[in-house]
Every structure is written in C-alpha cells, then in structure tokens.
Write a protein that binds this ligand. Structure first.
Ligand code: PLP
Length: 430
C-alpha cells in the first residue's frame, strides 16, 4: 500500500474503502492480494457484462492480433463503422429511435459537457434545470448540474446558470416539482428564465438510488414539449440494460432529445462515451466539440461485441429474473432486520438506505464488514448512507445470493448483536 499512500494524490477515492491490491478479475469476482471478492460495484457501472467477459475479450484479441487501428482520432475506421451499424440495427431501429451518434472524449463527463453545450447552442438560451441529488460528472459543466455541495466546492462562483429542482423523492419531499416548473415558466415575473434544457437521470444512482416514477417522467417530457425545452437523459450509469431495457427511459415510453451513454457501452470497461442527438438538433459545426481520444477503436470493438453478447445471452430476460430475486430478498430478508431500513431500486440497481439511523458511521461499518467477508459494496447518497447493490448483470445466481447473504449477515451482526451496538459505532467514528 505504501507506494499509493506516498505517491498517489489525495484525490483517490474507491481504493480507500477497499484497501487491498487487486490483480485479477473474472466475471463477478475480483481478486485482491489477500483473497477474492464478490463485486457489487462493477466498475461503478462500467462492467455490466462482468470482468473480462470471454465473448468480448475474444473479439478484442482477434482485432488486436491483426494490427488494426488502435487509436484513430475521429477517422472513419472499420471498427467504428461496425459499431455504428450494430448499434443502429440492434438498438435504435428496433426501438424506432432516430438519433445521430456523437463520439465524445473518453469519459462520461465529456459527453455531458457536449450535451449541455449543444442544448445551449440549439436554443440560444443559457439556463439549465437539474435536480437535487443529481450526479453528472466532475468537470466544471457537469459539476455545475451535480447536486452534491461538498464536491461542488471546487466550482463555487461559476455555477453556470443552473437551477436545481427537487427530484421526485417521496422520502425527502413530496414537493410537486412539475407544478413549480410550470409556474416558473408561465410567470413572466418568476425571475428564472426559460432554460435551454432539463437534464435528468431516470434513477439517481450516486444520489442514493431514487427511482423516478413513470408518470413523472412522462409529464416532464410533456412539459418540455409544451415549453420548447430540450430534455437530456443522462443514462451513463443506469443505461445499457441496468434497469432491464437497454435505455432506462424506455419504461416510461418517452424519447429524450439528447441521451448520454458511457460506462458499460464499451462492454469491457474501456473508456468510451456517446451522445445521442435527435437529427434535427445536430447543428454542430465540424470540430466544434473535438478531442484527441474520441476514437478508441478497442472500445468500439468491445461495444460491438457487447451488443452481440446481449443478444446471444438474452440478457434482458436474465435481468428480470434477478430483479425479482433482489426485490424479494431485500424486502423479505434485509428490511425485517430493522424497520428503520429502507429499500429502493429497480432492475439490478438497489439501495439499502440506513439514513434513518442517524448514524453517519453505520453504512461505512457495514461496507467494511462486507469487505472483510469478501464483498465489495459501495455507499452513495446523502451522508453516504445508502449501500448500493450494483453487480454485473450476468452475475451467476449463486454468487448473487452469496453476496446478498454477506450483506444480511453484516447488517444482522451490526444491528442486532451487542458486539456492534450504537456505543461501539460511536467509538468507531470517534
Ligand atoms: N453521469 C452519471 C449518471 C454517472 O453515474 C457518472 C459517473 O459515475 C457520470 C455522469 C460521470 O461519468 P465519468 O465518471 O465517466 O466522467
């Protein structure tokens, strides 16, 4: 560990919660120097198809072996052509969706930046509405639409004309955001200008696993149509099948104007991000959102193979079955441990909210106990109080059950035995 502590920046994050040196991984298991761990973090959503997926790996090896293009700026290449063709044939056309594909810089945040820039350019307006609890990335534009005040500290003073509205979160507030939005937009003296766009996640993941109701999303779409505001869906974490369907907004039957994909789009954890643009909005001039790493060919090969893999394995059906298991397990085995525990989720993203205990150390303690027992599970949401269950979509059922049992045991030990009572937790936090 010494080399990391001595030389790596203080900015490092996940590694602090999971202090071991990882050196190998397969499917839903990641191997540390000390032992193996079930991975319920899955590269923060970048590994929906598991670590080192055999099907995707084989395609990448075959590609590399021919000395094909590895880095291609935004040249036309066969790897990119194959990805575009597959994405249109397997995803867009069957879903009756018409989008242009913009390949952005390698990480999600760059595609968020592109979406915000394009929305402002198209509408000639500057404002953006975002939601409390939102997470959209760490560069200034995407951070300006991210709610977490602690991480926004770095951009104070350049908040970029962003107005935050309450997300439909029955737990925190029953505030009727859509009625409020309507009154802002209808009132010429509301003090808030009509925005270029509203950016939203269908499930706030980093925000604490809050699932937007279908009706709310439909009304949000209708409101944007009525007022000529662009709707941007950030599907970086919960897209690519995480909620069941390929796009998470499909369950509401809505079509956003701009859609942002990254994380699992490349299938193997290779950096890649994609902005989907309704054709009439694609008014970029050549080179207006450029970047050296928009042509990661290995990522394109992985992404094409990932779409093939989805079809071959009937992944959507598998996710439905596992969703059923997770919902049942969490409600029947975890919730009864203590009535302060709240369960939320959809598809294969679930949260165990421990916020009601008012103990900032509790979720951290559970995560640490899980790690000691061979499970990687991260915390999200206000106060990091929510344990986030985010396994690879193709995790074996038996390993999924094993991981869930580790959480059950850790919670039971912590909440019902005297070894880890509140007094002990206070000591831990002291
Ligand atoms: N948007 C959402 C919803 C995310 O979950 C993330 C990352 O967690 C991002 C944007 C930023 O993506 P990246 O970390 O690749 O820049």
């Amino acid at each position: 560990m010494k080399v990391f502590e001595q030389y790596e920046s203080n900015a490092r994050s996940y590694c602090r919660s999971f202090p071991t040196v990882f050196n190998k991984a397969k499917k839903s298991i990641i191997y540390g120097s000390d032992r193996e761990y079930i991975d319920f973090l899955a590269g923060a959503g970048a590994l929906n198809y598991g670590h080192n997926n055999d099907y995707i790996k084989q395609k990448v090896i075959e590609y590399l072996d021919t000395d094909a293009i590895a880095h291609g700026l935004d040249f036309h290449t066969s790897a990119k052509e194959q990805f575009i063709t597959k994405f249109c044939n397997a995803i867009l056309t069957p879903k009756n969706l018409e989008y242009r594909l913009q390949f952005c810089g390698p990480t999600g945040t760059n595609a968020v930046e592109a979406a915000l820039k394009l929305a402002r350019k198209v509408t000639q307006r500057t404002g953006i509405f975002s939601f409390m609890g939102a997470f959209h990335g760490m560069t200034s534009g995407s951070l300006s639409v991210t709610g977490n005040k602690e991480i926004r500290a770095g951009i104070s003073g350049i908040a970029n004309d962003v107005t935050f509205m309450p997300y439909p979160d029955g737990k925190r507030t029953n505030f009727d955001t859509l009625a409020y939005l309507e009154s802002i937009l209808d009132d010429s003296h509301s003090g808030i200008a009509k925005p270029a766009a509203i950016i939203f996640e269908t499930v706030q993941a980093e925000g604490g696993i809050t699932v937007a109701p279908i009706k709310w999303m439909q009304e949000l779409r209708a409101l944007c149509d009525r007022h000529d505001i662009l709707l941007i869906c950030d599907d970086i974490q919960v897209g690519c099948g995480r909620t069941g369907s390929f796009f998470s907004f499909e369950r509401a039957g809505i079509v956003p104007d701009l859609v942002i994909l990254s994380k699992s789009i490349s299938g193997y954890g290779f950096p890649m991000s994609l902005l989907l643009i309704k054709p009439e909005l694609d008014i970029w001039k050549a080179g207006e959102h450029t970047g050296t790493f928009r042509g990661n060919q290995i990522a394109f090969v992985g992404a094409t193979a990932a779409l093939e893999y989805r079809e071959k394995t009937l992944l959507e059906k598998e996710v439905k079955l596992k969703e059923f298991f997770l919902k049942k397990f969490l409600n029947e085995k975890i919730k009864p441990i203590n009535d302060k525990i709240e369960i939320r989720g959809i598809g294969m993203i679930w949260g165990i909210d421990l916020g009601e205990f008012n103990n900032p150390e509790l979720a951290k303690k559970i995560s640490t106990l899980c790690f000691e027992r061979g499970l990687i599970i991260e915390r999200v949401g206000r106060g990091d109080n929510v344990l986030k269950i985010l396994p690879p979509l193709n995790i074996e059922m038996q390993i999924l059950q094993q991981g869930c049992s580790i959480i059950q045991e850790a919670l039971t030990d912590c909440l019902t035995t005297s070894i880890y009572n509140d007094y002990e937790l206070e000591k831990v936090s002291a």
